[in-house]
Design a protein around this ligand. Structure first.
Ligand code: T68
Length: 873
């Protein structure tokens, strides 16, 4: 407001000393050289590209910090309701180019570094990807950060500062995936700001004792305490001063550590093991489940402490917490935040259970990212009890009455298990609440559905078994204000399958949908600058206008009819193919035929994503080509097939699929009969940066999951935004993309979701041998079995997943898949028509901007508002 008292010293002297934003080449080169001299202690004669990257990054960071400070100060002064995005993964990729774009300083830096003897492209190439995630879920979080800052929304991200990103993927000569660590912080990370002053204590293990006064409060003592230290990453909005924050936690041993609680021999090992955090499932194998649980708690507890501290600065009563705070749970990974907030409110803030529960259930929002049963998170009760004894009590207090009711109904009341209810006080507390009918309406469940025992068991937060397990999706659901899936079909499946009972009980209005989105800044303007420039020229709009309102792309539709425009459009696709070919040539030494249709499937390796269907389709094409005369072959479209993606290190079948792809590639790329018409590449070590080169070069991309298994997919959106067409199943966001761009511009195939259950049943109980059911596929499988691609017998376990059981329905969809590929060939032969399809596709992708998605969350979920940052604060 400018009216507040200056905090200390002479305001004028302070203000004179403040840095302002760089705006011209001169101030940029000055800042660059200053950083070379002081931050890097180097000089012009010993500065290489890496050093130049560091200097450029540091000077850009200074600019980001100017806006970051302004933003945080204004948030503090205006105290708007804020949203917090809790995600265990943020797949940010590279930062420098995005920061330059968002600050509007790309040209100035390009010119500046040229004056100093560097090329901006070479400098940008020096940056390592920040790969703190596995796939779509982590990249979505990164897109949402970009969009929330660009839409001027007060949103912070909270995550973990892993010392290692997802493993680096190497491919052995036999075609096996090997995993190497990714120590991404090896060189200094200029994009983070250590906040050594922001630290919280987090406790594990120990004892939790109820106070026994019927209040439900408890004392949690002993165990191990570690410190969470904050590292802040600046998140600049595009074309706005808003610069939000991503706070990542690092763990540090607490001084004055309780040595008694520790086996001295284990001290070193146990501590350093906790400090080393991994992004991927690798962690399970190396460090075990306990580490993952500790990571989840460490991160949620530190984040909640931080959020509460900020709320307390407002001097508002605790009951108003949900009016100032919305917390989004990115999948179930941060679900421990629910019992943790209950613990803080009850044990530390002295609130009654009901008041605390009301706050909690008005604060949290839960996004589900999968309905695959095997992917739903569950934690063993004994493990949670060991690591987080107080939280286990609270979970039982949430579920207790459900559990009691179930037991009462089943006449098993006497079999109360000591491990569940460790003291008399616990039992009496739960019983008191049961009698008061104030628990999560469990008695009401019984009232509403009298005698429906199966329903009670299904809805319980605790799954019976050896050991018992906490169902995190149920906990996230009952503890949240709203729940959503990530595409229309997926949200429907959430409502009708995994959370059906909760929908019937709590009402449908709690269960919504927010279809995923992608940021057009990174996924069009940055990765495809030529196309972006052409669009700007055609639309006759400022780039900043359509990049922030992507529905403006519709203005491209008439240009599909313009021959000169189509030529420009196709020329850009061609140059993007050459750029990709150049990249592959320089990194892998392979020569790519750029006069071919580029067919791309890039995503995590998983059976449900059916990379196997794709590679079997490639083999089918190869066998067909082999059977043709040279004259016949000449009529066939040339095709280059690209795969990229990582398999979880312990996922045997997925790794075998990689091996098959690599060895099929070896054989067919060397075959003089066919290699002019069909080649195949597995590009190792898929990353955000590799995606940025691949996506703009693709003609067709494959999104071919078994119907009902891919929640949304987001790369499908990226390809279509860049004028690539989609070959896919009627699944996830493919459906909504087709609704937008028109079915005539999408190549759909395969069975639909409602058929899947029956088809699986048939495989199990009315098995038809594959030779009879799908001879074309049987032939392909036989050729692999016979050793056409070497490795006799090695692939049998993979092939047998199809021959027996065929859970992902490859034999049901193979024929229609091959037919769809043929339709692609036919369509591609009509070049002009193909380019029209490409233009129309891009034109209709406006819906899939993550700006749209984040605004839906802001309005319909979090109830937060844009808070523009005014220049003079
Ligand atoms: C993906 N999920 C969905 N999970 O598969 C994809 N899981 O359809 C969707 O588009 C995307 O989320 C965004 O909504 C994931 O990426 C994980 O990466 C993951 C990580 C750890 C544990 C479980």
């Amino acid at each position: 407001t400018g009216k507040e008292k200056w905090p200390r010293g002479d305001e004028k002297v302070w203000k004179a000393g403040m840095r302002s934003l760089d705006k011209d080449v001169e101030s940029i080169t000055k800042s660059f050289v200053n950083h070379v001299q002081t931050s890097l202690a180097r000089q012009a004669h010993n500065l290489d590209d890496l050093g130049a990257y560091q200097a450029a990054a540091l000077s850009v960071r200074d600019n980001l910090l100017v806006n970051w400070n302004k933003t945080q100060l204004q948030y503090m002064r205006k105290s708007p309701k804020r949203a917090y995005y809790l995600s265990l993964e943020f797949l940010m990729g590279r930062t420098l180019d995005n920061a330059l774009l968002n600050l509007g300083l790309k040209d100035e830096y390009k010119d500046g570094v040229r004056l100093l003897g560097f090329n901006i492209e070479d400098i940008l190439e020096q940056e390592r990807d920040a790969a703190l995630g596995n796939g779509g879920l982590g990249r979505l979080a990164a897109c949402y950060l970009d969009s929330s800052a660009s839409q001027e929304l007060p949103l912070w991200g909270y995550g973990l500062r892993y010392k290692y990103g997802i493993f680096k993927q190497l491919i052995s000569p036999e075609g096996n995936q090997l995993e190497a660590p990714d120590p991404w912080l090896e060189h200094q990370n200029p994009w983070e700001l250590p906040r050594l002053d922001v630290a919280y204590e987090v406790r594990f293990y120990g004892r939790a004792e109820r106070l026994g006064d019927g209040s439900g409060r408890a004392l949690w003592t002993g165990g191990q305490e570690v410190l969470a230290i904050a590292y802040d990453v600046m998140i600049p909005g595009y074309n706005t001063a808003t610069t939000n924050n991503l706070r990542l936690w690092e763990s540090k041993p607490k001084r004055g550590f309780d040595l008694n609680s520790f086996n001295a021999g284990n001290y070193e090992g146990a501590l350093s093991r906790f400090v080393v955090l991994f992004a991927d499932f690798f962690a399970y194998r190396t460090f075990g489940k306990e580490l993952r649980l500790k990571q989840q708690y460490f991160w949620t507890a530190a984040s909640l402490s931080d959020i509460l501290r900020r709320f307390k600065n407002l001097n508002k009563p605790m009951s108003e917490f949900p009016e100032f705070v919305a917390i989004q749970l990115n999948d179930t990974h941060p679900t421990l935040a629910i019992p943790e907030l209950m613990r803080i409110l009850i044990d530390e803030e002295d609130l009654h259970w009901d008041a605390a529960w009301k706050i909690v259930t008005n604060t949290f929002f839960y996004t589900n990212h999968t309905v695959l049963p095997e992917a739903l998170e569950k934690w063993s009760v004994p493990l949670v009890e060991h690591v987080l004894p107080r939280h286990m009590q609270i979970i039982y207090d949430i579920v207790g009455p459900i559990y009691f009711c179930t037991l009462i109904i089943l006449h098993l009341t006497c079999q109360l298990d000591r491990t569940c209810f460790s003291s008399k006080a616990s039992v009496s507390f739960i019983y008191a609440r049961l009698c008061a009918l104030t628990m999560i309406k469990t008695v009401a469940v019984e009232k509403k559905f009298p005698g429906d025992r199966e329903r009670l068991a299904r809805m319980s937060l605790i799954e019976e078994g050896q050991p018992k397990q906490v169902r995190m999706a149920h906990l996230a659901c009952v503890g949240s204000r709203k729940v959503n899936g990530v595409a229309e079909l997926h949200s429907d499946l959430v409502r009708t399958t995994i959370l059906k009972d909760f929908v019937e009980f709590e009402g449908i209005s709690k269960f919504g949908n927010v279809t995923n989105g992608i940021t057009p800044r990174r996924w069009l303007d940055q990765c495809n600058p030529e196309l972006s420039a052409l669009i700007t020229k055609a639309l006759k709009l400022e780039k900043s206008v359509w990049l922030k309102d992507l529905t403006k792309l519709e203005g491209l539709l008439p240009f599909a009819e313009n021959k000169a425009f189509r030529k420009e459009w196709a020329g850009i696709k061609q140059r993007n193919k050459e750029r990709l070919a150049h990249y592959i040539e320089t990194t892998l030494g392979l020569t790519i035929n750029t006069k071919a249709l580029f067919d791309v499937q890039i995503k995590r390796l998983h059976e449900y994503k059916r990379q196997t269907l794709n590679i079997l389709g490639v083999i089918h094409r190869y066998l067909t080509l082999k059977n043709m005369t040279p004259a016949q072959r000449k009529k066939v479209n040339n095709r280059v097939v690209f795969f990229a993606g990582k398999a979880a290190p312990g996922y045997y079948i997925a790794k075998l699929t990689i091996r098959l792809i690599v060895n099929v590639a070896r054989t067919i790329n060397a075959d003089p009969d066919t290699r002019d018409y069909l080649t195949l590449y597995f590009l190792p070590d898929y990353s955000v940066s590799l995606a940025e080169v691949l996506i703009p070069a693709s003609d067709i991309s494959q999104h071919i999951s078994t119907a009902g298994t891919e929640a949304s997919g987001t790369s499908n959106m990226k390809f279509c935004l860049n004028g690539g067409l989609l070959l896919g199943t009627v699944d996830g966001a493919n459906i909504e993309i087709a609704e937008e761009v028109g079915e005539s511009n999408v190549f759909f195939f395969g069975h639909l979701t409602p058929a899947v259950e029956d088809l699986r049943y048939q495989h199990l109980y009315h098995h038809i041998p594959i030779e009879k059911k799908c001879p074309a596929l049987a032939h392909v499988l036989n050729q692999v079995s016979l050793g056409l691609f070497g490795d006799n017998e090695v692939y049998e376990p993979l092939l047998n997943t199809i021959r027996q059981g065929d859970y992902y329905l490859l034999s049901d969809d193979f024929d229609s898949y091959i037919a769809a590929l043929a339709m692609v060939d036919e369509a591609y032969s009509d070049t002009e028509e193909w380019i029209k399809k490409s233009i129309r596709t891009t034109a209709k992708m406006g819906k899939f901007s993550s700006d749209r998605a984040i605004n839906e969350y802001a309005e319909s979920y979090w109830n937060i508002e844009a808070t523009p940052i005014t220049p003079h604060s």
